[in-house]
Design a binder for this molecule. Structure first.
Ligand code: FAD
Length: 505
């Protein structure tokens, strides 16, 4: 497939490999049902018509991209034009969300809600979620499958698998002491997706029934505290409707007397997902291609972010000098995943919290590295965390030091991901620059040489950034833009941001 596909061109080997595993798994199950996966190479707009001719194709079915992601949208439109020319009968489906996005818009009579509370009300009017359709058990036999075109990918991309990770394990544990290689948090494909669903949802009725997202832990180092189903959801290995019913059935088996409710429950997480997709759909309906960017995005308040490549690289590479932030970024690089609250911390740190860099840059980096990279969810959450859209309490800022101290006082998570700091006493693990030289020496680390000093002073920067946010918000109001849900494309403001005081290592 050619073109600027959100899923492919911007991703790392880790993510590409996950996708290849998903395709290999799909091929395997299709073969077990008497068919197989064919992989065409090139631009689908050119390749598909050639295959229709060669194979005498009369029907085509496909999954619509309802969010309006620019590449997918123009690809589908062009393929449909071609199909019309070739007289091909086309049927499309919208099963990426619990209810098709256009149905939400219809029921909301064109005025879709931009808060989760109002979305939950809309969801209540949508009727029952349709039960997932079982996969076909057998395809019609065909003896010339293999003589047709190109073969499916034979092996994964050139990513070297760390040798100590058994390939058939669903969730391998990464041992930082022995390996610094890449080890995806989960392996690709529907088979692994269903195993993960069984392990985390079907076999844990009490966990499911009492699940409250804010109570889950971002610092788990072995068993994750959430389901880690997101990579499968983002690539279609697990359908949201299947997840929905698995949650309902598991919860019904629970003996818990008090059950959690949306938005914090597991059903609530599935609702957040639909809500995020609906917001992307709505932004792109208002101005095509505006979701995932500042310009023209009706949900985005323009903030005059800085553009400092040194700060951005330090954040990306986990060299900010704040161990909790750096540990999260190392997990992202190595496993392609971070817990939701870890994502909160690093996104806030990059934008309004400390570094004052644009959320677009952060979203782009996440998109290339997350196994679960998702156009709608990534865009929505970056808007939220940077206080550019949907969430506006910029005076509430995560501390890169205090945030996790209460959950992980010994800094086990930091010790796992930043081996340089492993021997430091717990007292200094979140603020290693405060450790006296003798303690650093004893722990085998010199701050400023083996691990960076803080790249900015959080106490100063977070305060200054709040003033800058206030200025930007005031100016936004003066420009007469509505708070949220404005149908007008956003304009850029020209609030000046004071020069940043970067700390020297
Ligand atoms: P669980 O809590 O077990 O939830 C089950 C499912 O519900 C998830 O698999 C996911 O599909 C959905 N879900 C959970 N949390 C959210 C949420 N806050 N918003 C929308 N849907 C949710 N998630 C992605 O899938 N892709 C992304 O590209 C992405 N980018 C993000 C960027 C930032 C800055 C932040 C703060 C969050 C982002 N998220 C993204 C949302 C969230 O962090 C992940 O969906 C979640 O951590 C996945 O872990 P899980 O499957 O264990 O979640």
């Amino acid at each position: 497939m050619d073109g600027d596909s959100y899923q492919l061109l911007r991703c790392t080997a880790l993510r590409a490999n996950f996708l290849v595993e998903c395709l290999q798994d799909l091929d395997k199950s299709l073969r077990e049902s008497g068919s197989r996966l064919y992989v065409g190479k090139g631009d689908p707009i050119e390749v598909l018509p050639k295959l229709w001719d060669k194979w005498g194709v009369t029907h085509m079915t496909f999954e619509q991209d309802e969010t309006g992601e620019p590449y997918a949208k123009q690809r589908d439109e062009k393929v449909l034009e071609q199909a019309k020319k070739y007289g091909i009968k086309v049927e499309s489906f919208a099963s990426e969300t619990l209810h098709p996005l256009h149905k939400y818009t219809e029921v909301a009579k064109g005025s879709v809600p931009s808060t989760m509370g109002a979305f939950q009300t809309l969801f209540g009017k949508m009727g029952k979620v349709t039960k997932p359709t079982p996969a076909p058990k057998k395809y019609p036999p065909s003896d010339d499958h293999d003589s047709k075109i190109m073969l499916p990918p034979k092996s994964a991309t050139d990513l070297p698998w760390p040798r100590h990770v058994p390939k058939d394990e669903v969730t391998p544990h990464w041992d930082a002491a022995n390996c610094r290689g890449l080890a995806p948090i989960v392996r690709g494909g529907e088979v692994c997706a269903l195993a993960q669903l069984k392990k985390t949802v079907e076999e844990r009725p009490n966990f499911v029934a009492t699940y409250e997202k804010p109570m889950t832990s971002p610092v788990a180092t072995r068993e994750m505290s959430t389901t880690v189903l997101s990579p499968y959801m983002s690539l279609g290995c697990l359908s949201p409707r299947r997840l929905w019913y698995a949650i309902a059935e598991s919860s019904a088996r629970s003996s818990a007397t008090s059950k959690s409710k949306p938005p914090v429950s597991l059903h609530g997480q599935a609702l957040w997902r639909d809500f995020n997709h609906l917001m992307a759909h709505e932004a792109n309906r208002n101005q095509p291609g505006s979701w995932g960017q500042i310009d023209g995005n009706k949900f985005c308040r323009p903030i005059p972010w800085d553009d400092d490549k040194v700060l951005l690289s330090a954040w990306k590479e986990g060299r900010t000098g704040y161990p909790w932030i750096d540990a999260c970024m190392k997990q992202l690089e190595t496993e392609g995943w971070i817990h939701h609250l870890g994502r909160h911390a690093v996104a806030c740190f990059l934008t309004r919290g400390d570094l004052w860099q644009s959320w677009e840059k952060g979203a782009e980096h996440f998109e290339s590295r997350l196994l679960d990279a998702d156009y709608a969810l990534n865009g929505f959450n970056w808007l939220w965390l940077s206080c550019s859209g949907f969430f506006y309490q910029y005076f509430r800022c995560y501390s890169p030091v205090a945030f996790q101290k209460k959950n992980d006082p010994n800094g086990e998570y930091i010790r796992k991901w930043i081996p340089e700091l492993r021997e430091l006493p717990s007292k200094y693990i979140y603020e290693p620059w405060t450790a006296p030289a003798s303690i650093q020496e004893k722990a085998g680390v010199r701050i400023g040489r083996d691990y960076p000093k803080p790249i900015v002073d959080h106490a100063i920067e977070s305060k200054e950034n709040m003033s800058k946010m206030k200025m930007a918000y005031d100016q936004y109001k003066e420009l007469g833009e509505a708070d949220t849900g404005s149908s007008k494309p956003a304009a850029r403001t020209s609030v000046k941001s004071p020069a940043r005081k970067r700390q020297k290592n």
